[in-house]
Write a protein that binds this ligand. Structure first.
Ligand code: GLU
Length: 586
């Protein structure tokens, strides 16, 4: 590690010598690349890369700036999964920074003791009870230890500057605050920061967050222990246990159980990635506690049994929708935190299991959903079982995903989140950041009938995630890095981009921009209107659709044959994302 100064204090939010970045969804060039939700975060990452930082250094700078400029989706109040390709060892590694359940929690975490019934979902969301021990800051520290050149205090500097000097409110940020206004006004600390004068800040106005600047400075000075057991940690626990209700609050939220001891004992996990070989590439993803790697991987293994390239497009898409139906049934039955439940990860990802699952797909007819899970430990033959599972619904709101590569080919794909847009709605008083509501990713009550539910709360347990940060190697070298927000739709967004690129041969920008559909073992497919219009023949297979305006917001990279990096975000979803490269070419 070096202690070199990365960024000189500057009068504007752009450090001296670097040009203001235009907000574009696609950039091409050399020397490293970043795709993230905001211009300031992409800019910060590119600046770190220009100064010789690794992809890990740049990623931490990006994540910290997103805590300021994308505050409803990112920051030290949340958790996430960090996937890294190390060009030196040529290996993909991951860090699990998922939130954990407080030690005082158990299977009845979301059961109201007064009624013996589960709290209504919406009541649990906007409460301290949903706050898990945040993992993001520990991920940043671990990533720098393993792959960084810089210390945390250096890579926090751009975020401190943006927090203190402010940044222009985007239409997207304004929209998110507006949608959250009924929740945000319940808490005095949140209203003070995000509802200045009682209303969401105007588009183009400058939003400053000096409290967060101070918090980052304290972390830079005293290290992450200020958070994981120190003064910041005490404020976090206190905010979860006694949220600062506004004098005119209309809610009486259940109190949280997060304690300073939970922060003190929080640890990230270094984990092996999941791996499947798909056609001629190797796909690496996030192992449980996320269901991303197993569900993307199982779906790919099932799809590999069909020739998607040769099949008519409508039939290829039918296979895509049917494959995920099966994989989601297995996800629901088998995937949870592996410290608490026996997750059959390798069996779920085996080709022999995929063969049995694939033969349950009728090539011309959609199987009525929900379909039952299979048995990866004893796959049996191809006889389709009668559908038996009960439909479950999952909220599908947003988080953030970004990708970074440096000139050496080190690559980061990092999905992190507060769970809901705006998390629990609780800004830690005096600290300038929102707390997550990640524990609502648990099932509040059992969902698997007589079979055990792998995703019920327990002390210290991580709720099952769908986050799917993914790295694809071709001939042993990085080819693609991708991921997306979108709750349980994350898995299908990643999958759809992969088959668009690998099987349908679309360019990466087209693969990302293409209309999306997601089948998560529900009676109807959820799809963007353009997908439904473009694929009228799918109705003939028996697929029915529920419209959703937007699914996901991907951030992706491709290393091209010519040694260039293609950085690709969203042209329109979530009002467009911000791609940049260190040395652009046309
Ligand atoms: N909490 C979600 C998960 O871990 C991510 C947040 C979202 O995108 O909705 O799967």
């Amino acid at each position: 590690m070096t202690g070199a100064l990365l960024v000189a204090p500057a009068a504007s939010a752009t450090p001296e010598g670097s040009r203001e970045l235009p907000k574009v969804p696609v950039a091409k060039g050399y020397g490293g690349a970043v795709v993230s939700d905001t211009v300031q975060a992409t800019q910060a990452g590119l600046d770190v890369l220009r100064r010789g930082g690794t992809a890990a250094d740049a990623a931490v700078a990006v994540a910290a700036v997103l805590g300021v400029t994308d505050p409803n989706m990112a920051g030290i109040g949340g958790g996430g999964y960090f996937v890294y390709y190390d060009a030196k060892t040529r290996k993909v590694s991951t860090i699990d920074g998922r939130e954990t359940t407080p030690a005082a929690g158990d299977q009845n975490l979301f059961i109201n003791p007064a009624t013996g019934q589960a709290y209504p979902f919406a009541d649990a969301v906007t409460s301290g009870l949903s706050v898990g021990t945040p993992g993001n800051l520990a991920v940043w520290e671990r990533a720098l230890q393993r792959w960084g050149r810089y210390d945390l205090d250096e890579v926090l500097k751009p975020a401190i500057r943006v927090a203190e000097q402010g940044f222009p409110v985007t239409p997207q940020l304004r929209k998110e605050i507006e949608q959250n206004q009924p929740r945000f006004k319940q808490f005095s600390s949140t209203a003070a920061l995000y509802l200045p004068g009682g209303a969401p800040p105007a588009v183009g106005s400058t939003l400053r967050n000096p409290d967060l600047g101070k918090t980052y400075r304290e972390i830079a000075r005293n290290g992450t222990r200020a958070f994981y057991g120190g003064t910041i940690g005490r404020d976090v626990a206190n905010a979860a246990q006694n949220p600062p209700l506004a004098s005119d609050a209309t809610i009486n939220p259940p109190k949280g159980k997060l304690a300073i001891g939970d922060l003190r004992s929080y640890r990230t996990l270094d984990q092996a990635p999941t791996h499947v070989r798909y056609r001629n590439v190797d796909v690496y993803g996030m192992a449980p506690s996320s269901s991303g790697g197993t569900t993307v991987g199982e779906s790919l293994n099932i799809l590999e049994r069909f020739d998607l390239k040769k099949a008519p497009r409508d039939q290829a898409l039918h296979f895509y929708l049917e494959a995920t139906k099966l994989a989601y049934a297995d996800r629901g039955r088998y995937v949870g935190d592996p410290k608490f439940v026996n997750v059959p990860t390798s069996q779920l990802l085996s080709d022999s299991y995929a063969a049995v699952r694939a033969c349950r797909i009728d090539p011309i007819r959609a199987t009525p959903a929900p379909v039952a899970p299979g048995n990866p430990l004893n796959p049996g033959d191809c006889t389709p079982p009668p559908p038996s599972a009960t439909p479950t619904s999952e909220n599908e709101v947003h988080t953030n995903h970004f990708v970074v590569a440096d000139a050496r080919g080190n690559t980061v794909t990092y999905t992190n989140t507060l769970e809901q847009v705006g998390g629990s709605g609780i800004v830690v008083p005096g600290r300038g950041f929102l707390l997550n509501n990640e524990l609502t990713d648990f099932n509040f009550t059992p969902t698997q009938g007589t079979a055990p539910d792998p995703n019920l709360p327990a002390a210290g347990k991580r709720p099952r995630s769908s986050m799917s940060p993914t790295i694809v190697l071709k001939d042993g070298k990085p080819w693609l890095a991708l991921g997306s927000p979108g709750g349980s739709t994350i898995i299908t967004t990643v999958l759809q981009i992969l088959i668009n690129r690998v099987d349908f041969g679309l360019s990466l920008p087209d693969a990302v921009a293409a209309p999306r559909a997601t089948q998560r073992n529900t009676p109807a497919v959820t799809a963007e209107p353009a997908f439904i219009t473009a694929n009228p023949l799918l109705a003939r297979y028996g697929h029915t659709f529920t419209e959703q305006a937007e699914i996901g917001a991907a951030a992706t990279l491709e290393f091209t044959d010519r040694g260039q990096i293609l950085a690709v975000g969203e042209p329109t979803r979530r009002n467009g994302t911000s791609a940049g490269v260190v040395h652009p070419v046309r």
